[in-house]
Design a binder for this molecule. Structure first.
Ligand code: SD4
Length: 319
């Protein structure tokens, strides 16, 4: 093949799959709000998001309001108030948010603020930055009017004491063990997509540990031309594979949301081996409203609001 023809041919093979989902072949869903969230706490979160979407609100407002329900729920021990603490007994929170324009905001290692997702949104909207961490994030939150409060509930303190007594220091987490972040993806009546992710991270983690949830492209990612994806589970495995970004990019290359989630999980299994005890789950939402999901182990669930129904579904395991 002549050099010029070869270049032309390779450009075509590269370009066509890259455009597959971004072009007209995948039609944008409008007028039919959709929300997909991780785990069973996704149900009450979706309820709130759906109300906003049906009233004509934006996907961004919907995901923020939805995950705030989980953040405020003291019974939920993996997000916001009542989250399980780190090894030092301190609750540290990670959160991120992304809108349909590709704007993003996040906070990491934030303490004493119940709604990290709203702080993340203000980082996105009021600063030139994407991410604030630790003390700086706390100072920013306070400047924005957030009040400090103790997030360690009695229930979580008792769990931590018990964990210390058993000297149960472990560096891997089993399937669905001590982690269940909320990640939420929504599409509004205009067909625009946004995502939010918020967590207290892995229980009894090292002090200072930050997971995937505040990392754009790991915990969640939105490309309005294609769709969105979000993660839950052991963040280290998600970060090492740029999980949510990968799912969206695979959809861009023409994989269905389900195929994309499966491939992202398979890549983790390939690296970790089939004996891995760690759990990771993905959810995805393409711009035509089609969803995808996959997880390494059984136990992962997602809550889907679609066609005015809000239901919880089990995700089959890969292993
Ligand atoms: C983390 N991905 O901090 C979070 C925890 C989580 O389900 O999602 N648990 O690694």
């Amino acid at each position: 093949m002549k050099r010029r023809n070869f270049l032309k041919a390779s450009a075509l093979t590269l370009a066509s799959p890259l455009l597959a989902s971004g072009d007209q072949k995948v039609k944008r869903n409008t007028q039919n709000p959709i929300v997909i969230s991780t785990w069973n706490h996704g149900i009450p979160a979706n309820e709130v998001s759906a109300e906003i979407l049906h009233a004509g609100g934006s996907a961004l407002d919907a995901v923020e309001a939805g995950v705030r329900v989980t953040e405020a729920d003291a019974q939920n021990q993996s997000v916001g108030l009542g989250g399980r603490p780190d090894r030092k007994g301190i609750v540290t929170l990670d959160a991120s948010i992304m809108d349909s324009q590709g704007n993003a905001g996040s906070v990491a290692f934030l303490q004493n603020i119940k709604h990290p997702i709203s702080v993340a949104r203000l980082v996105m909207e009021k600063t030139d930055h994407v991410m604030l961490a630790g003390q700086g994030a706390l100072e920013f939150a306070k400047e924005q009017g957030f009040e400090e409060e103790n997030l360690l509930t009695e229930q979580s303190a008792v769990g931590w004491e018990e964990w210390k007594r058993n000297n149960n220091i472990k560096d891997t987490w089993g399937p669905n063990d001590d982690h269940d972040t909320i990640t939420s993806l929504a599409q509004d009546k205009n067909g625009n997509i946004a995502a939010a992710c918020t967590t207290s991270g892995l229980a009894y983690k090292l002090h200072g540990r930050v997971g995937d949830s505040p990392i754009i492209g790991a915990g969640m990612f939105v490309d309005n031309e294609i769709g969105a994806a979000g993660a839950t589970g052991v963040g280290e495995l998600v970060m090492r594979t740029c999980g949510s970004f990968l799912v969206v990019e695979l959809m861009r290359q023409g994989l269905s949301p389900m195929e994309a989630c499966n491939e992202a999980v398979e890549r983790i299994i390939k690296k970790e081996g089939k004996n891995t005890k760690s759990q990771v789950g993905y959810i995805a939402l393409r711009k035509d409203g089609e969803i995808g999901y996959a997880s390494i182990h059984k136990g992962f669930q997602y809550a889907l609001y679609k066609n005015k129904k809000n239901k919880l579904y089990d995700v089959p395991s890969k292993l």
